[in-house]
Design a protein around this ligand. Structure first.
Ligand code: ISL
Length: 562
């Protein structure tokens, strides 16, 4: 068998720089702010820090629209600050993973600026197409294909200067690079190599399974009543996906240098993920799936929700555990900068249950097999933003959705209710470091309002609570480092259909860990006869250790059964 990669016992902490800590009072978090909090991060016990984009950018999509891959955006600091950050992390034994956004650039990137000229050698670096046959360019219906953009409207923008359209699966300021062109791929690999030389230990690859599209770009199926097509097979997981990943792996020396990689993969199944993460081939370390994040989605847009049916989530994660068990590797996450806070979304953010619910969700996630991710603020049980007015939002996806939906006649209150549950800004509110003005995040005006509960849910309070959410994360992370069975043990789901209890075992030779969690705000009775014999078991985490027949609301226990 192949040897285990270094990240098989690692835990990752994601920093969203603009919301982490502001050192210069401009209201936006920055690199010096991060540097000032490195002891806090290291003290949590994590092994890796993943930084969301800090490159030069017009910030149309908060840095996921990059204008220069080689520069740090002045909003965040300088290359000198970056070097200081790398040194500070490495001195503490932490690795640094950078966001790699190469499905698209900003429209302000020099490559795209040059590409707008039809005679330019860079014309083929992006997807330029003439208007649909028989249509006047720039008129409704003239777009080259019927594809929709993830951020609303058509995925094609008309460029009057050349009379052609360019493809943008995200905002019109994020034109898609043409990965069919070998010059594009070489430029990206060279850029990645330069970041490795600057000291980074790996990459989180933004929407990486969109880089190979099915050529030629052509109309997809349109659901009745929908203005655009979102046919997965046309835009994602194209025929050259594996080839591109292997080429990148070789060109950047990803396996040779043991670089950490995680590919964000929209619309990717466990079966596909196994191919991408198979240890038998030099591709990716792991992927971020979206399947478990879509289980509370209704039939319409991502903002039209239905309640989560717990068995759906348990069995989905179990399926990924099984599919990627021996051959691939899983990432484990409930939160990031695009998703609402888990304690509000699936848990209970009332003052009565918030702490227990946040701990229960942490326990179940961290006891699965894979690499767990902690998103900044998750470790103190931060809740959703609680915004009630459109003026409070900044996220381009949220603002576009509000404009499109209200224009289509959806009542404003309905749209706002959807945003309150699902907007990406829910997880982007600034970190409250204490109870003072602006939570100590900034001495200026924060770019996004802080949560209304920042005076109670803040880092200072979390550090003081020996039985709080943060202390719980510390224990979970330490347990993973200590126990091989948590890193490598086989996963088995018990009671899959139980609507309240989440029960599973992890097994490595004679060692077994049992997790029993009540994922509800009510008492739950546990069918003890259906669990492993707990007579000689040691309680590792949670509960009083007494009677396990009845669990308190959101009580989660971890036993070591020998
Ligand atoms: O789910 C989504 C589509 O409705 C979005 O939240 C998100 O755009 C998608 O998950 C892909 O995310 C990544 O690429 C985007 C960027 O806006 C996100 O922040 C990033 O994580 C485009 O670069």
């Amino acid at each position: 068998p192949l040897s285990d990669p270094w990240w098989s016992d690692a835990v990752v902490y994601q920093i969203y720089p603009r919301s982490f800590c502001d050192s210069n009072g401009d209201g936006v978090g920055d690199l010096q702010g991060i540097i000032s909090k490195l002891d806090y991060v290291a003290d949590l016990g994590v092994d890796v820090v993943w930084l969301s984009p800090i490159y030069a950018s017009p910030q149309d999509d908060n840095g996921y629209d990059i204008a220069d891959y080689e520069e740090i955006d002045p909003l965040f600091g300088t290359m000198g600050d970056f070097e200081e950050l790398v040194a500070g992390l490495h001195r503490r034994g932490l690795k640094l993973v950078m966001d790699l956004v190469v499905n698209h650039t900003s429209d302000e990137h020099a490559w795209f600026q040059s590409s707008r000229d039809p005679q330019s050698p860079k014309r083929e670096w992006y997807h330029w197409r003439p208007a649909r046959e028989g249509f006047e360019p720039g008129t409704p219906g003239a777009e080259p294909t019927n594809w929709g953009s993830f951020f609303g409207g058509s995925a094609w923008a008309y460029d009057e200067a050349s009379g052609e359209y360019y493809l943008h699966l995200f905002s019109r300021k994020q034109p898609d690079l043409n990965w069919e062109n070998p010059e594009v791929r070489e430029a990206v690999y060279a850029m990645m190599n330069r970041w490795v030389e600057r000291g980074v230990d790996g990459f989180r690859m933004d929407v990486i399974n969109l880089i190979s599209k099915t050529m030629p770009l052509a109309d997809g199926h349109q659901r009745p009543g929908e203005p655009y097509s979102f046919e997965v097979e046309r835009v994602a997981n194209g025929p050259r996906m594996v080839e591109f990943l292997e080429e990148m792996n070789a060109a950047v020396g990803i396996d040779a240098r043991q670089l950490f990689t995680v590919g964000e993969m929209v619309m990717c199944t466990a079966e596909q993920a196994r191919i991408y993460t198979s240890r038998a081939h030099p591709r990716l370390g792991m992927v971020f799936t979206f399947e478990h994040m879509s289980l509370d989605q209704g039939p319409g847009s991502k903002f039209e929700l239905k309640p989560l049916h717990l068995p759906d989530l348990k069995t989905n994660l179990a399926h990924w555990q099984e599919q990627l068990g021996e051959e691939g590797w899983n990432s484990l996450y409930f939160e990031n900068h695009d998703q609402p806070r888990v304690v509000s979304r699936f848990g209970d953010d009332s003052p009565e249950h918030r702490v227990a619910a946040a701990k229960a969700w942490a326990t179940v996630l961290h006891l699965h097999r894979g690499t767990p991710y902690v998103y900044q603020g998750q470790e103190i049980g931060m809740t959703n933003a609680g915004f009630t007015r459109i003026k409070q939002y900044r996220d381009i996806e949220s603002l576009n959705y509000f404009a499109d939906a209200t224009a289509a006649g959806v009542p404003e209150q309905t749209v706002l209710a959807g945003l309150a549950l699902k907007s990406r800004d829910n997880a982007r509110t600034p970190i409250p470091w204490g109870a003072g003005p602006q939570g100590g995040f900034t001495r200026g005006t924060p770019w996004l309002p802080l949560n209304a509960n920042a005076d109670t849910v803040n880092v200072q309070a979390a550090l003081a609570a020996s039985d709080g959410v943060r202390a719980h994360y510390q224990r979970l992370i330490a347990l993973r480092h200590e126990l091989e069975v948590i890193q490598k043990g086989r996963f088995d789901l018990l009671l899959p259909e139980d609507p309240k209890l989440w029960v599973f075992t992890r097994t490595l030779t004679s060692e077994q860990v049992l997790v029993v969690a009540n994922m509800s705000a009510h008492l739950a009775s546990v069918p003890v006869q259906q669990l492993p014999d707990l007579r000689d078991a040691e309680l590792l985490l949670g509960g009083s250790g007494a009677d396990i027949q009845t669990l308190e609301p959101w009580e989660a226990r971890v036993y070591l059964v020998r």
